[in-house]
Every structure is written in structure tokens, then in C-alpha cells.
Design a protein around this ligand. Structure first.
Ligand code: LMG
Ligand code: NDP
Ligand code: PMR
Length: 398
């Protein structure tokens, strides 16, 4: 069960990382062939801001310690004003992209990273072997496949008294070879349950905390992916993401009296993952439309590149795990190292030039960021609203 205490663990030497990334090829082309014809216009999604600011965070349990947000600036010895350390929560920071991002942020000395992980000891070992200095991180238990755990995490975080300046929803599971669905504690199919619903509740609850922050740029980042975007070649590799009319999601994804798939179809683990990423990208935009204007919080998503070496593929067949990295490195040229991908996500967390809200970031071959276009479904305003409304019922916020 949940380890509920936050802990500080000591650091060790840095593990040498891979060399420079060879990431190239924009999302929208392969072998120079443009996929622009597949693109749906981004629409006016990001322009419509509405609703008075109403932070309905649901039945949050008692907050035992008032969040003591230290003043955003402090005086240096010479009387010069310096920015206080930012405080960022990264979910799934025990491996892959999350760990690399935690390391990249911690190394700047400007961030304290709260590593929100389901396996406390794994996270502790990972932080140590990545060489993250102990004063720059705290590990807190979070199992996104349990809504109780999400609520516990929020309580524990608030008790810690730390401010929240940036939240990064990064954790994910991918079950490409599962024949049968598995389920979260509340009985949701595990990919959408963890990747989308767990993060949906987490970010809804923590929005209030983000809003209280006095940091110059407050951000909520939800990691997306190219494979959920059918306006790209990668997004057209079967099975394709498709949320349909959301009948399975509305039914609770329990696989009993309703389908375990969002669109109501039969179970497909690879599709469930891609669907969950579409939910992630739609949620980011819905957050933007509902809350950006009132709160000033930047809501963003991204495709960090194909990080073909991470634990995400742990359940894929061995042949896939063997061939996938060279395939991405030498054929698609979409490969990016964990280190490089971590720097990209760290940019979205802290780069002063990436404050635009409602954006899905990607990177070109020189690792320069650009605002990418989402597929028609992943930018569908009406679908975003419906996913939001159904999700808030499922997680007990409505
Ligand atoms: C499926 O597995 C599951 O069955 C399904 O249940 C679901 O989970 C789904 O999406 C999830 O996955 C699919 C998996 C199984 O397919 C792959 O693994 C395909 C991706 C890997 C492709 C490897 C291609 C081999 C290339 C080797 C390159 C290495 C060296 C590079 C050196 C380059 C030097 C310049 O299938 C398999 O694992 C079996 C493998 C099947 C191979 C299919 C080949 C398709 C390759 C297409 C690439 C196009 C190449 C164009 C070449 C241009 C050259 C310039
Ligand atoms: P990893 O498997 O390396 O990392 C995923 C992390 O999520 C792990 O730390 C894992 O914990 C954690 N996690 C899984 N389930 C839960 C849970 N129930 N509660 C809390 N944490 C959980 O994969 P990546 O680093 O590749 O994936 C990170 C993000 O990047 C994901 O959102 C993924 O969709 C996205 N992405 C990845 C791409 C890639 O090519 N790899 C491409 C595009 C997007 P544990 O260590 O305990 O297993
Ligand atoms: Mg894909 C530009 C080409 C490109 C890119 C950037 C990716 C990224 N992939 C591309 C092309 C292809 N892939 C092609 C041509 C094929 C057929 C051989 C192919 C296959 C493939 C498989 C079987 N690719 C995959 C899989 C997976 O199981 C991965 C997946 O879908 O996970 C959900 C995957 C991925 N390809 C990517 C990326 C980034 C992934 C995985 C991670 C993710 O989206 O989160």
C-alpha cells in the first residue's frame, strides 16, 4: 500500500548518458513526404475562453497545513533580488522521460522536483543513480491507478507546505500485447484509467494549488504523443486512436456491462494507450479554455520525440524491443535519447519563451521547439468538453 511520507534521499554520482539525439523529421512528414493533407486545422480552440473562474475541486480532504508559499523573490546578500526555487511535481519520474526531466530540472539548481511515483524504492534508486542532488528532489508516493491514492497524494503534498508552481502529468502505461484488459482500483481499463483519469483527477485537484502560486510562470503540462495524432504517419500505424462517440468512457470502461474501450469497441491495448493520449491532449485544451484567462496558468502538451529505449515498451514482444530503437534511429529518424527528451520537457516546464497556453509542442531536427498541429479528433472542441464532463463524473468530481 501507499507509502505516504515524503522523503528526501541522498544523491550519488551522475550516470553517463547517451550522446546527442539524432531526432529529426517533423511530425508531419516521413521520407520528405508531407502529410499536410491529413491535417485538420487547429481551429479556434485556443481562442475561446469562457466561464467565470470556478475551481471545483471536489471532496478534498482536510488540509492540515496551510500552504506557505514563500515570497517569490528573496534578497541575495548583496541586496539583489533572486527568484526562489521553483517547485515542480513530475508524475512517473522513476524512469524514462520523467526521470530525465527531473534530472534536467534539478541540475539547473533552480527547481525542486517532487517525484510522484508508485514505486518509492525504485524512484529512490533511480534518483540516486541519475545523480540528482538530494536537496533538489523529494519522492512522494502516487499510484495513478487508484483515485484514493491520487487524493492521498494531494493531501500529503499540501501537508508538505511546498508551493506548487508547475505540474507535469508524465506517467503512463502501455499494454500492447495484452489479450484481456486489466483495471484500476476503481475498475477503469488500466491505460485510460491511469494515463487519463488518474491525471485528470490529480490536475483538477491541484489546480487550486497552482493558482495560489506566486511564481512568475505557473504551468500545467500533460504529455501527449504523435501516435494519438492521425494527421501523422506514426498516428496511422494500426490500431489508430479513435474515441468514437465516447460510449465506452461514459459507461465507465469496466468491461462488464460496458466496453473497456472509450469508443465502445473490443479491447485492444495499443489502441487504449493511443486513445488515452488523445484524452490527454483534449484535456490540456479544455483546461486552457476553462481556466487560462482567469488564472494565467499556462496549459501545454507535447510530443517529446520517439524515446524508443524507455520502459514504456516493457510489455512489447522481444523482437519489437530489439528492432524498434534502430528502426527509429536509422529509418524514421524520429529517435531521441532520454536525456534529450528530458531537456525538451524541462524547456516546457521552465523556458521563459514557452509560456503560450493551449499549445502542443514538438521539436525539429535541430531540437528547436515549434507549435505543432493536432489531428482533427485531438483538437475537437466538442469532444474535449464531453471527455471533460464524463471524466469528472467518473472520478467523483461531478
Ligand atoms: C504489433 O506488433 C502487435 O502485434 C499488436 O498487438 C500491437 O501491439 C501493435 O502497435 C502495437 O504492435 C507490431 C510489431 C511486431 O511491429 C513492429 O515491431 C514494427 C516496428 C519495427 C519495425 C522494424 C523494421 C525492421 C527494420 C530493422 C532496422 C534495423 C536496422 C536499421 C539499420 C538501418 C541502416 C540504414 O512485428 C515485428 O516485430 C516483426 C517485425 C516486422 C517487420 C515489419 C517491417 C516493416 C518495416 C517497414 C519500415 C519501412 C522501411 C522502409 C525502408 C526504407 C529504407 C530507406
Ligand atoms: P516509462 O515507462 O519509462 O515511464 C513511465 C513512468 O510512469 C514510470 O515511472 C512508471 O512507473 C510510471 N507509472 C506507470 N504507471 C503508474 C501509476 N499507476 N502510478 C504512477 N506512476 C506510474 O515510459 P516513458 O518515459 O517513455 O513515458 C513517459 C511519458 O512519455 C508517457 O506519458 C508517454 O506516453 C510519453 N511518450 C513516450 C514516448 C516514447 O517514445 N517513449 C513518445 C511519446 C510520448 P514505474 O517506474 O514504477 O514503472
Ligand atoms: Mg511508430 C515518422 C515515423 C514514425 C515515428 C515518428 C514513430 C513514432 N513511428 C513512426 C513510423 C512507424 N512506426 C512505422 C512506419 C511503423 C510500421 C513499421 C511503425 C510501427 C510502430 C509500432 C508497432 N510504431 C510504434 C509501434 C509501437 O508499438 C509504438 C506505439 O505505438 O506505442 C503506442 C510506436 C511508436 N512509434 C512512434 C512512437 C513515438 C511510438 C511510441 C510511443 C508513443 O506514442 O508514446
Amino acid at each position: 500500500m501507499a507509502l505516504q511520507a515524503a522523503a528526501l534521499v541522498p544523491s550519488a554520482f551522475s550516470v553517463p548518458k547517451e550522446g546527442k539525439s539524432s531526432a529529426s523529421l517533423k511530425d508531419s512528414s516521413l521520407f520528405g513526404v508531407s502529410l499536410d493533407h491529413l491535417k485538420a486545422e487547429f481551429g479556434s480552440a485556443s481562442l475561446r475562453c469562457k466561464r467565470e473562474f470556478n475551481l471545483r475541486t471536489g471532496p478534498v480532504r482536510a488540509q492540515t497545513a496551510a500552504t506557505t508559499t514563500p515570497s517569490v523573490t528573496k534578497s541575495a546578500p548583496e541586496g539583489k533580488k533572486t527568484l526562489r526555487k521553483g517547485s515542480v511535481i513530475v508524475t512517473g519520474a522513476s524512469s524514462g522521460l520523467g526521470l530525465a526531466t527531473a534530472k534536467a530540472l534539478a541540475e539547473t539548481g533552480k527547481w525542486h522536483v517532487i517525484m510522484a511515483c508508485r514505486d518509492f524504492l525504485k524512484a529512490e534508486r533511480a534518483a540516486k543513480s541519475a545523480g540528482i542532488a538530494k536537496e533538489n528532489y523529494t519522492i512522494m508516493h502516487l499510484d495513478l491507478a487508484s483515485l484514493d491514492s491520487v487524493r492521498q497524494f494531494v493531501d500529503n503534498f499540501r501537508r508538505s507546505g511546498r508551493p506548487l508552481d508547475v505540474l507535469v502529468c508524465n506517467a503512463a502505461v502501455y499494454q500492447p500485447t495484452a489479450k484481456e484488459p486489466s483495471f484500476t482500483a476503481e475498475g477503469f481499463e488500466i491505460s485510460v484509467g491511469t494515463n487519463h483519469l488518474g491525471h485528470f483527477l490529480l490536475s483538477r485537484l491541484l489546480l487550486d494549488d497552482l493558482n495560489k502560486s506566486d511564481y512568475p510562470s505557473k504551468r500545467l503540462i500533460i504529455v501527449g504523443s504523435i501516435t494519438g495524432n492521425t494527421n501523422t504517419l506514426a498516428g496511422n500505424v494500426p490500431p489508430k486512436a479513435n474515441l468514437g462517440d465516447l460510449r465506452g468512457l461514459a459507461g465507465g470502461l469496466n468491461g462488464l456491462n460496458t466496453s473497456s474501450m472509450v469508443d465502445g469497441g473490443s479491447f485492444d491495448g495499443a489502441k487504449a494507450y493511443k486513445d488515452s493520449k488523445v484524452c490527454n491532449m483534449l484535456t490540456m485544451q479544455e483546461f486552457h479554455r476553462r481556466y487560462h484567462e482567469e488564472t494565467g496558468i499556462t496549459f501545454a502538451s507535447l510530443y517529446p520525440g520517439c524515446i524508443a529505449t524507455t520502459g514504456l515498451f516493457r510489455e512489447h514482444i522481444p523482437l519489437f524491443r530489439l528492432l524498434f530503437p534502430p528502426f527509429q534511429k536509422f529509418i524514421t529518424k524520429g529517435f531521441v535519447s532520454e536525456e534529450e527528451a528530458g531537456k525538451r520537457l524541462a524547456q516546457v516546464v521552465s523556458d521563459p519563451s514557452l509560456t503560450k497556453s493551449g499549445v502542443y509542442w514538438s521539436w525539429n531536427k535541430d531540437s528547436a521547439s515549434f507549435e505543432n498541429q493536432l489531428s482533427h479528433e485531438a483538437s475537437d472542441v466538442e469532444k474535449a468538453r464531453k471527455v471533460w464532463e464524463i471524466s469528472e463524473k467518473l472520478v467523483g468530481l461531478a
